[in-house]
Design a protein. Structure first.
Ligand code: NAD
Length: 477
């Protein structure tokens, strides 16, 4: 049985209720988390405020950095333990779960080093004045985290907030709490004062909502679906609480006829297969110049047919989806595709030994998906890639921009001038030229435009979002 983690202590929810934890690889219940309520959130927010006033504000930036570095090293030591927890809780194949734990350590390493490099400015002004700016923490930051990359998103969001001097209340997704509860214990072991990192588990519409509405929360970092993002904004707007929104995507991979296909093919495949397609920045739309449409689809179709899906511990190309309802959601999209007569170019296979109760979905490549079809517009959040040809550069840009989202884009071409034109004209938070994702890039600011959200996490840029700027003007004559 898992408990909440408030002020460095494991504590049960006052609700007396729990939520079952299911292993996506076999559908079996293996643990329980607390189904917390608004009173638990209140206790966590109080603990975070007490920590801010009693200890955390008194840490120098360098001391904060040293402590965060100790946590990074501890996570590094415990990589395999965290990997095993995540593998079971989220159904992540071994390599993916390990990569997430290593990324978490890297986020804390990066933000540890950033603590004492964040500073304000001096501004030339009228004679007799000196003007300076201070970057101050918001205070207590709330972090609402989705289930697809709990450790990575905790790392970038909480890591940035702590580096900027905030204390944190974290609400993980109900399907993915276990690794973060363990990380909070590790933080205590390395010396984090009580109340700096607090974790409260439960349902979004209960504790997530209570967190978003709590008057003691000074900033909200929300990563999740656009629909819930709207609810968070509405709740925050009532008390003018600043929000960072990291929402969904329907990101294009744009492939021109002059592209290096040997480099592009594995990257296109990985961008939709990684984490079974449950990635906000998944490359879910494949836009291909007409001249190479057929040969590229033939090649990718053959690659899709080789993909294997199975239990996380088998460490195949894909693990299961997170839960039954997600599996049903993806199946619903595919039923629509069949009803519309969309053609499958290639399909992977769920291995025969995969347990009956697991939430498996074979990866699929679909062709000629009309731009207005929901498969070309909505986030499937599963391993489904939709292909469409384009005639020229102008059409490529128009198609790349033809969704409500704008998170990430990939462009494959050897033409240098075209690389820049596409990078400028595609509306998204990140554009990758002749690569996709740049290996994760803890250092690289990340976030969206349009329905993919606003504000940036990752990199040094995130620290601006986790601080507020104060201008101090001194008239000294
Ligand atoms: P979700 O929006 O259902 O849930 C996200 C979090 O919000 C969970 O912790 C959930 O419990 C909580 N929540 C749900 N309802 C709430 C409410 N009414 N009030 C407050 N909190 C509430 O999303 P999900 O299904 O967990 O994750 C998948 C989504 O997250 C996808 O849309 C994906 O693209 C997005 N995502 C975005 C990024 C990014 O950086 N842009 C990264 C990862 C995931």
């Amino acid at each position: 049985m898992q408990l909440n983690y408030i002020a460095n202590r494991a504590c049960p929810s006052g609700s007396g209720q729990t939520i079952a934890v299911v292993d996506p690889s076999d559908g079996q219940i293996f643990d329980h988390i607390q189904r917390s309520n608004a009173q638990d959130i209140d206790a966590a927010v109080r603990a975070a405020h007490a920590a801010l006033d009693s200890t955390w504000r008194k840490f120098s930036a360098a001391e904060r950095g040293r402590l965060m570095m100790r946590l990074s090293l501890k996570i590094g030591e415990r990589t395999e333990e965290l990997r095993e927890i995540e593998q079971r809780d989220c159904g992540k194949p071994v390599r993916q779960a390990r990569a997430d734990a290593l990324a978490l350590a890297r986020y804390f390493e990066f933000y540890a080093g950033a603590c004492d490099k964040l500073h304000g400015d001096t501004i030339p002004y009228l004679d007799g004045y000196s003007v300076l700016t201070w970057r101050e923490p918001h205070g207590v930051t709330g972090h609402i985290i989705p289930w697809n990359y709990p450790m990575q998103i905790f790392g970038r969001s909480v890591g940035g907030a702590l580096a900027a001097g905030n204390t944190c209340v974290v609400k993980p997704a109900e399907d993915a709490c276990l690794s973060l509860l363990r990380v909070a214990e590790l933080a205590t072991e390395v010396g984090f004062p009580p109340g700096v990192i607090n974790i409260v588990t439960g349902y979004g519409h209960e504790v997530g909502d209570a967190l978003a509405r709590h008057p003691g929360i000074d900033h909200i970092s929300f990563t999740g679906s656009p629909g819930v993002g709207t609810l968070i904004q509405q709740a925050a707007a009532l008390r003018h609480c600043p929000v960072t929104l990291e929402l969904g995507g329907k990101s294009p991979q744009v492939v021109f006829a002059d592209a290096d296909l040997d480099a592009a093919v594995p990257a296109i495949l990985n961008a939709i297969v990684q984490n079974a397609g449950q990635t906000c920045s998944a490359g879910a739309r494949l836009l291909v110049e007409q001249a190479i449409y057929e040969p590229l689809l033939a090649r990718l179709g053959a690659e899709f047919a080789k993909l294997r899906v199975g239990p996380a511990a088998m460490d195949l190309d894909l693990g299961p989806l997170i839960r039954r309802s997600q599996q049903q959601r993806v199946a619903g999209f595919l039923a629509d595709a069949r009803a519309a007569g969309l053609m499958v170019v290639g399909e992977g296979k769920v291995v025969d030994t995969a347990p009956e109760g697991g939430f498996y979905q074979a990866p699929l490549l679909l062709r000629d998906v009309p731009v207005g079809h929901r498969l070309a517009q909505e986030e499937v959040f599963g391993p489904v890639l939709c292909a469409l040809p384009f005639a020229d550069e102008a059409q490529a840009v128009a198609l790349a921009n033809a969704t409500d989202f704008g998170l990430v884009a990939g462009v494959w071409t050897r033409d240098g001038a075209r690389q820049f034109r596409l990078a400028k004209r595609i509306r998204s938070g990140q554009v990758f030229i002749n690569n996709y994702g740049a290996g994760g890039g803890v250092e690289l600011p990340f976030g969206g435009v349009k329905s993919s959200g606003y504000g940036r996490e990752k990199g040094f840029e995130a620290l601006h979002g986790f601080t507020t700027l104060k201008t101090v003007a001194i008239r000294h004559g």
